[in-house]
Design a protein around this ligand. Sequence first.
Ligand SMILES: *[C@@H]1O[C@H](CO)[C@@H](O)[C@H](O)[C@H]1NC(C)=O
Ligand SMILES: *[C@@H]1O[C@H](CO)[C@@H](O)[C@H](O)[C@H]1NC(C)=O
Ligand SMILES: *[C@@H]1O[C@H](CO)[C@@H](O)[C@H](O)[C@H]1NC(C)=O
Length: 253
Amino acid sequence: MARYSRICVCTTGLILSLLALLPSLRQATLTSHAKPPRRFFPAGSAVIDFPYGNMNPIVDLLQKEEILFVMYYAPWCAQSVSVREEFQKAAKYLIDKVKFVGVNCWWPEGSCRNTYKFLKYPELYVYHTNLDGFRFNGIPTADELVRFVEDILYPITLLHSVESINNFSALHDNVVIGNFDLSTPTPPGYKTYYISAMRMIEWNHLQPVKFSIVNKPLLSQLLGMNDTKQFVILNLNGSFVSICVQKKIFILK
Ligand SMILES: *[C@@H]1O[C@H](CO)[C@@H](O)[C@H](O)[C@H]1NC(C)=O
Ligand SMILES: *[C@@H]1O[C@H](CO)[C@@H](O)[C@H](O)[C@H]1NC(C)=O
Ligand SMILES: *[C@@H]1O[C@H](CO)[C@@H](O)[C@H](O)[C@H]1NC(C)=O
């Protein structure tokens, strides 16, 4: 992550000072007579491009789609150009599942530029219906972009047996197991749990704290939870025995 932020030198501060040194260029870029922006993503690409940086169509899209992956770019920025290829590959791979969107957030007349003050480009955000965005903080290769969206799409794993609990905790360093009344469509506390799972993926998507749920009273009792809206946090190296020793029970308010 640190490496990525060092590589990305497309800071707006640097460019603004360059523009100040070059009044003619500044005029060309910032007046309404500037050349209209061109597509950044080629026609026929799996990415929907908004070269004029208008946010309204994106808000509309979010009403229709469960999930959107948005790349805010500056067309002149070398880092934006290099991520463009990876973003397109990821978009192509997930074409039936997730809409990928590119927004020129540098075009001075666009609502994006006038709303968001990004310190660098590109910025990558996943939006989930009616929620705030989840920022991609990792290294933007196609594989990592795909993994990030898929984790956000499916943030919670269902554990249905002792063996699946063992496998899940052996696979991940930090595991949360929740107990909810899944017979109702909106179990109390579940939304909070779900959003927390997504925030954990955003926070560290290389080694996230993985969230899961058990769907059988037998399993929740084995883990010491005899009521719903409870969860246990495990950080250990595997076996079910150590789960029973190291668990701590928390209650969702
Ligand atoms: C648990 O992991 C083992 C070994 O990888 C595998 O054979 C088994 O199918 C897994 N069980 C479940 C329920 O995921
Ligand atoms: C769980 O069950 C034990 C004993 O059956 C009881 O003492 C305890 O209060 C219960 N905890 C909750 C949160 O219901
Ligand atoms: C890993 O598991 C072993 C045996 O189950 C235990 O002795 C050890 O303390 C555990 N290590 C950590 C870091 O929990």
